[in-house]
Write a protein that binds this ligand. Structure first.
Ligand code: SF4
Ligand code: SF4
Length: 68
């Protein structure tokens, strides 16, 4: 599984409430929970999308964008 060029995986921190559902699903441990917010180590994310359907509030997305 390769990353989607010129796209970024993001967590919408206005929506995320820290349920943790996404964390355990990530096969490369790109997600961690900090103070009830999922934090992504974006360069580690493979854009596999496994976690995205697990979020009950649709806080996870892959969007067009350049790495910061
Ligand atoms: S898209 Fe895949 S690699 Fe990226 S955070 Fe979600 S489960 Fe992990
Ligand atoms: S599944 Fe959604 S609400 Fe739950 S920790 Fe992950 S991003 Fe936040």
């Amino acid at each position: 599984m390769s990353r989607i060029p010129n796209h970024l995986f993001i967590v919408d921190d206005d929506l995320c409430y820290g349920c943790g559902a996404c964390i355990a699903l990530c096969p490369v441990d790109a997600l961690t929970l900090e103070a009830l917010l999922a934090i992504v180590d974006e360069p580690t994310c493979t854009h596999c999308e496994h976690c995205i359907p697990a979020c009950p509030v649709f806080a996870l997305e892959i969007i067009p964008g350049a790495p910061s």
